[in-house]
Design a binder for this molecule. Structure first.
Ligand SMILES: *Cc1c(COP(=O)(O)O)cnc(C)c1O
Length: 414
């Protein structure tokens, strides 16, 4: 991209942005929560809509001059409703964590019990980490994966729910590669009169692209970030049944936030428009094909994939168990050759969060760059070679050159 004004006015920051642009082009992005937005999304984000203050909601603002902003926000809302089949949508959450905070505030009182996936087995910080608002303000009861198959054990979820009677059941994850049984979660919640809250931050794009089942028909409330597989600007939305919409809206504003980020909400509208096109179905189908191929290619090279594979865009790899290299070491070595991934706890990990046994890989970003299954074999080869040569500086340099040569053939949208 060109930044003619920045280049003259602020060359220092211009160089920083150019360096990041080069890093994104020349490396392989396998962080499961990242993606590359389209130039149209970038343009909306860089638009003059950032100049406006519009506390409130369309038609009910605390400031004048919002007729045009109302149109933009309504467009985002209407497209999100169409994309997910939701009854009501709030597009103002600034990001996934504040969106989730608004859901807790709308449905619960401090101290209430919430059932959520254990954080060290795939849950998100906002699902009850002791240092997060969720863990401080609410009583989080975790459910776990079955040790033998590393899958969510719905019978255990039911047993815990019947015993603990939580006020809300939370289904969602940051690091779980298998399909969710949304219907069963809802049936369990109905037995105890609990609210149902799905956090589809990671898989929203795969649901929008009709590749994975949606919780929207079953759940009271569904939140998602807009910047992961959904491939929009950094931000989030909250979908809900009509009856919960007033409480959700109040919790977002004035409960947590002030003025919405109108330029970002406009970019959400652009991204939803893109996701409504038939090409987006092909894109999301390809993400999953690529993830399954990458998992298979790594397994063929002796890596243990958690739960044996993936149904979505991500996978957890037990690098410590497979190759005696820690997640932290793997992250470091791969970064040296231009591959971005993150270390991650695996279920029942015996190591610590800052140096766990696993790594998490995702294929949404590489798929945006046009990669197909055969390219995943090459990516697996790079990963395997780097980890096998972690102490061989010359070989790592050689691999870094190969990664760069391979990457630049797949253009980053800009
Ligand atoms: C990424 C993520 C979030 C938080 O999103 P931020 O925008 O980083 O605050 C919330 N929930 C889940 C499940 C996520 O994966």
């Amino acid at each position: 991209m060109e930044y003619p004004h920045l280049k003259i006015q602020d060359p220092k920051l211009y160089e920083i942005i150019k360096a990041e642009e080069a890093r994104q082009k020349e490396g392989l992005e396998l962080i499961a929560s990242e993606n590359y937005v389209s130039p149209a999304v970038l343009e909306a984000m860089g638009s003059v809509l950032t100049n406006k203050y519009s506390e409130g909601y369309p038609g009910k603002r605390y400031y004048g001059g919002n007729r045009v902003i109302d149109e933009a926000e309504n467009l985002a809302i209407e497209r999100a409703k169409e994309l997910f089949g939701a009854e009501a949508v709030n597009v103002q959450p600034l990001s996934g964590s504040p969106a989730n905070m608004a859901v807790y505030m709308a449905l619960l009182n401090p101290g209430d019990k919430v059932l959520g996936l254990s954080l060290d087995q795939g849950g998100h910080l906002s699902h009850g980490h002791p240092l997060n608002f969720s863990g401080k303000l609410y009583q989080i009861i975790p459910y776990f994966l079955k040790k033998e198959n590393e899958l969510i054990d719905m019978d255990e979820v039911e047993a815990i729910a019947l015993r603990e009677k939580p006020k809300m059941i939370l289904a969602g994850f940051s690091a779980y590669s298998r399909n969710m049984d949304w219907k069963r979660f809802k049936e369990i919640a109905d037995k105890i009169g609990a609210h149902t809250f799905a956090d589809i931050a990671h898989i929203a794009g795969l649901i929008a692209g009709k590749q994975l089942e949606s919780p929207v028909p079953y759940f009271d409330v569904v939140s998602t970030t807009t910047h992961k597989t959904l491939r929009g600007p950094r931000g989030a939305i909250i979908m809900s049944r009509e009856q919960f919409a007033p409480a959700i809206n109040k919790a977002v504003f004035p409960g947590i936030q002030g003025g919405p980020h109108d330029h970002i909400n406009a970019a959400k509208a652009v991204a939803f428009g893109e996701a409504l096109r038939p090409e987006f179905r092909d894109y999301s189908a390809q993400i999953i094909k690529n993830a399954q191929r990458l998992a298979q290619a790594l397994a063929n090279r002796g890596f243990r994939i958690i739960s044996g594979g993936t149904d979505n865009h991500l996978m957890l790899v037990d690098v410590f168990g497979s190759k005696n290299i820690t997640g932290k070491e793997a992250e470091h070595v791969l970064e040296e050759i231009g591959i971005s991934i993150n270390k991650n706890m695996i279920p029942y990990d015996t190591r610590k969060p800052l140096d766990p046994s696993g790594i998490r890989l995702g294929t949404a970003a590489l798929t945006t760059r046009g990669m197909k299954e055969a390219h995943m074999d090459t990516v697996a080869e790079f990963i395997d070679a780097a980890l096998a040569n972690k102490d061989n500086a010359a070989e790592l340099e050689n691999l870094a050159r190969k990664v760069k040569r391979f990457s630049v053939d797949f253009p980053v949208p800009a």
